[in-house]
Design a protein around this ligand. Structure first.
Ligand code: BGP
Length: 463
């Protein structure tokens, strides 16, 4: 009873723009991520400008992947979540023909993973899209993006159909509400009308691509990916409970459309009351209704609170929330709430009755090397241990959980703030915020700990 299901997928999750570097190699086009050298937190940014930054090289996974995959294997991974950079395949997004060099690169990665018996789990779009689509089409504001995304998805499904059987459409699709440039290629000051219109196009694309995946690779599974931003009511005052319901609906809306195939009533009401009019083509709703993801995946780092009193809100890293007096915070101010993961798993399973996959969870922290040259990251071990124990509790509650890929099994560039010093890895990478460092890899204390957890299928967790 102390172990996870026998076919459980264990591994880690990375994203192309945060690990690969090689931002202009092999005819890769510039992506929206390449235009954000300081991360997605640029409040009220109205124009992006490219300057060189830490992501241009990142951790050079582009060249060092054999060594990294070897280290993942040593930890016992049977799964690696990674993303394809759309700009390696279609540098400008609207070409008729794909870039063969980009396709060949991911062939090498998938072959290397296969040689180590690690199953690739691929996100089609992880916080990046061709920047040319922003310049020439206004990003997802344009319906044309649906066709471009479909073409890109079709290309990679056809190319890798014998190599990749697990797919995700858009990373944290609900984040467009908070980071529209990163999510849908709109400027950060875009209004809700524009953002929801772009999201509608993305949801139609999601449905088309889910169906396409089922056609091209009948034995594959394709899921959605949500930022699991569960909110508790700040008090038992019914007004706070309703505030929490509204906060949660903001992100559940995406899962509802991707799973149930229709716009929920609460969203139609919101659009009506906010005077938001979504332009649709005749068969958009038919397309949306025709597709349902095979499983729900999500990231989980923190829970939030919601209050009917707007004064309670604090400005946070990306998402504003009401502080929870019962919880501690990470060095970046993210609330640490392992039990929230059990609550979220039960909640999502109950709502959707589909298998779930935790595709991101981990602790960003500043690591120190001691005089013996070791990194004793007990705080990371504690964080992951406690979250995995709660994930296991949810399995005992009856939740169907496919797997766990911890975020950043190897140090990488953080997404929100583009820092190397916000480290998540079991593997240390010698690279620093100023761009210095040898890029050498080193095992941290948590490396052996995670290896043990995987090897015992969770039995070694401290309960
Ligand atoms: C999620 C993203 C990841 C990742 C993670 C940690 O939102 O899907 O790409 O980076 O958060 O966030 P950060 O890197 O800002 O610490």
């Amino acid at each position: 009873m102390n172990t996870f299901p026998s076919d459980f997928l264990w591994g880690g999750a990375i994203a192309a723009n945060q690990v690969e570097g090689a931002f202009d190699y092999d005819k890769k086009g510039l992506s929206t991520s390449d235009m954000l050298p300081n991360g997605i937190l640029s409040p009220h940014q109205t124009r992006v400008e490219r300057t060189s930054g830490i992501k241009d090289v990142a951790i050079d996974f582009y060249h060092r992947y054999p060594e990294d995959i070897q280290l993942f294997k040593e930890m016992g991974f049977n799964c690696l979540r990674l993303s394809i950079a759309w700009t390696r395949i279609y540098p400008n997004g609207d070409e008729e023909e794909p870039n063969e060099a980009g396709l060949a690169y991911y062939d090498k990665i998938f072959d290397e993973l296969a040689a180590h018996n690690i199953q690739p789990f691929v996100t089609l779009s992880h916080y990046e899209m061709p920047y040319a689509l922003v310049e020439n089409y206004d990003g997802w504001a344009s319906r044309k993006l649906i066709g471009f995304f479909e073409r890109y998805a079709n290309t990679v499904f056809e190319r890798y159909k014998n190599k990749v059987k697990l797919w995700l459409t858009f990373n944290e699709i609900n984040m467009s509400l908070h980071a529209p440039f990163t999510g849908v290629g709109l400027q950060e000051d875009a209004n809700e009308q524009a953002i929801y219109q772009a999201i509608h196009h993305q949801l139609v694309a999601n449905a088309k691509v889910v169906n396409l995946c089922h056609q091209v690779i009948p034995d594959a599974k394709i899921g959605n990916m949500l930022l699991g931003a569960i909110n508790y009511p700040y008090t038992c005052n019914p007004d706070d409970v309703i505030a929490a319901m509204h906060e949660n609906n903001k992100w559940l809306f995406f899962g509802d459309v991707q799973t149930r195939g229709q716009y929920p009533g609460y969203m139609k009401r919101y659009f009506r009351e906010q005077n938001i009019h979504i332009e649709m083509k005749d068969d958009d709703l038919v397309v949306i209704a025709s597709a349902s993801v095979d499983f729900i995946s999500f990231s989980y780092y923190a829970s939030g609170c919601a209050s009917a009193d707007p004064k309670q809100k604090e400005v946070g890293n990306i998402v504003d929330s009401v502080p929870n007096p019962y919880l501690e915070k990470s060095q970046w101010g993210w609330l640490i709430d392992p039990k929230g993961l059990r609550i979220l798993l039960n909640f999502l399973h109950d709502r959707y009755q589909k298998p779930l996959f935790i595709v991101e969870n981990g602790l960003g922290a500043r690591d120190q090397t001691n005089s013996n040259g070791e990194i004793q990251d007990d705080y990371r071990i504690d964080y992951l241990n406690d979250h995995l124990v709660q994930a296991h509790e949810a399995v005992l509650d009856g939740v169907e959980l496919m797997g766990f890929t911890s975020w950043g099994p190897i140090d990488l560039v953080s997404n929100s703030t583009a820092e190397m010093s916000k480290r998540y890895g079991f593997i240390y990478v010698d690279r620093h915020d100023d761009g210095n460092g040898t890029l050498q890899r080193k095992r941290k204390k948590s490396f052996k700990w995670y290896q043990q957890v995987i090897c015992t299928n969770g039995a070694s967790l401290k309960r």
